[in-house]
Design a protein around this ligand. Structure first.
Ligand SMILES: [Zn+2]
Length: 71
């Protein structure tokens, strides 16, 4: 699955980053997010310490597309 990060906000700014399928706005964990929320590409930078743990677990469990071997 092609995924990206999407922000969940609270009154002070970005509360948490969720992992969403690219182009979608419902993250893997099911938390409703604003469609206009900021997105970031995966892989994300190491300073991202407020990644949604449930999304991270679910994303890690996703079967990753294998790089096709050269014919
Ligand atoms: Zn999440």
């Amino acid at each position: 699955m092609n995924c990206e990060l999407k922000a969940e906000y609270d009154f002070s700014g970005v509360l948490m980053w969720h992992i969403v399928p690219a182009g979608a706005f419902m993250p893997l964990c099911g938390t409703p997010l604003a469609p206009a929320a900021e997105t970031r590409p995966i892989p994300f930078s190491a300073d991202l310490d407020n990644l949604c743990h449930l999304c991270a677990i679910l994303y890690a469990a996703e079967p990753k597309p294998q790089q096709a071997a050269s014919p």
